[in-house]
Ligand binder design. Structure first.
Ligand SMILES: Nc1ncnc2c1ncn2[C@@H]1O[C@H](COP(=O)(O)OP(=O)(O)OP(=O)(O)O)[C@@H](O)[C@H]1O
Length: 279
């Protein structure tokens, strides 16, 4: 069953100032059907969702439930075939043109022939930032992700976790308020992932960005998020939206608390309900 997806927008995110929450992303009846040689693929169906300023929202669900498609639609890399989607109150195209978001991909996607600082500089070069401003932004964002001192290294001289931190720095360099992260830590081992999760939470608290984060991991989703969006495939739809009751301050051992485990259990139930083992 598809849950009532009209969300509680009154619950203030930690970084939000008083007053009506501003929806950074708003989807109403959003659908996206791909036409393929094998017939239509319903990647997204009737998605209704508001993501407010300063929220950390995770998208979780089995392979093919439309998580990446939803992120790509926000980023104007895919076009909806039904419903509406706004980003900062604008069309996704207008939001993209106003550089509303930074995108962090599954793999670090750094250019191997560029140093770390030159990789972070890339979007700033494309956008024509002045030299001094560019240098200051590179310094600041590398400091944010704890990569000060690694400016002149090449990506292949860094560990996988450090490379992914450099990708995050690149996505943050031009001060977009919205960060779209598609399974950024999926390929990393658990210890590194734990570390990056807690670093990401600190970074989020410091920068007050709105973050949309795709993951397959229940603990990761529960640990990071103010809101967890559970999705199911065929057609890709939202089956549950969980507002986290965990405090903003989250040491890693919060994952053993009853409150954490209760949220994780609800996510697991949502995933089970939408999962077919026959396919
Ligand atoms: N360009 C495309 N053309 C046709 N079908 C597509 C295209 N992109 C995605 N799909 C299909 O749309 C559905 C949703 O895909 P999507 O990548 O959004 O899922 P996902 O939840 O991100 O999966 P995963 O967890 O495996 O990354 C899948 O059935 C996929 O095969």
């Amino acid at each position: 069953m598809t849950a009532d997806l009209t969300l509680d927008t009154a619950r203030a995110a930690p970084s939000q100032s008083a007053g009506a929450p501003a929806a950074v992303v708003s989807a109403r009846g959003l659908g996206l059907t791909f036409s393929t040689n094998d017939g239509p693929v319903h990647a997204l169906s009737d998605v209704n969702l508001d993501i407010n300023k300063g929220e950390f929202v995770s998208f979780i669900g089995p392979s093919g439930c439309g998580k990446t498609t939803f992120l790509r639609t926000i980023a104007d890399l895919e076009q909806p075939t039904a419903g509406t989607l706004t980003v900062n109150g604008m069309s996704p195209q207008a939001a993209r043109e106003s550089r509303a978001y930074g995108y962090v991909f599954q793999a670090p996607a750094l250019f191997p022939w560029r140093t770390i600082e030159k990789n972070v500089a890339l979007p700033l070069e494309v956008m024509g930032y002045a030299e001094a401003d560019k240098a200051e932004r590179i310094r600041r964002t590398l400091e944010l992700v704890n990569l000060t001192g690694f400016e002149k290294k090449f990506p292949w001289q860094l560990s996988g976790g450090m490379q992914q931190r450099a990708s995050i720095a690149r996505a943050l360099a031009f001060d977009a308020d919205l960060l779209l992260m598609d399974e950024p830590f999926g390929a990393l081992d658990e210890i590194v992932r734990d570390h990056l999760n807690s670093e990401l939470l600190k970074l989020w608290a410091r920068t007050q960005k709105t973050i949309c984060f795709v993951t397959h991991s229940i603990p990761e989703a529960v640990y990071l998020s103010t809101k967890i969006v559970v999705m199911s495939p065929r057609p890709g739809r939202v089956t549950d939206v969980i507002d986290s009751t965990l405090p903003a301050e989250r040491p890693l051992d919060i994952r053993e608390t009853p409150e954490f485990l209760a949220i994780a259990a609800r996510v697991r139930d949502g995933l089970r309900a939408g999962h077919s083992y026959e396919e």
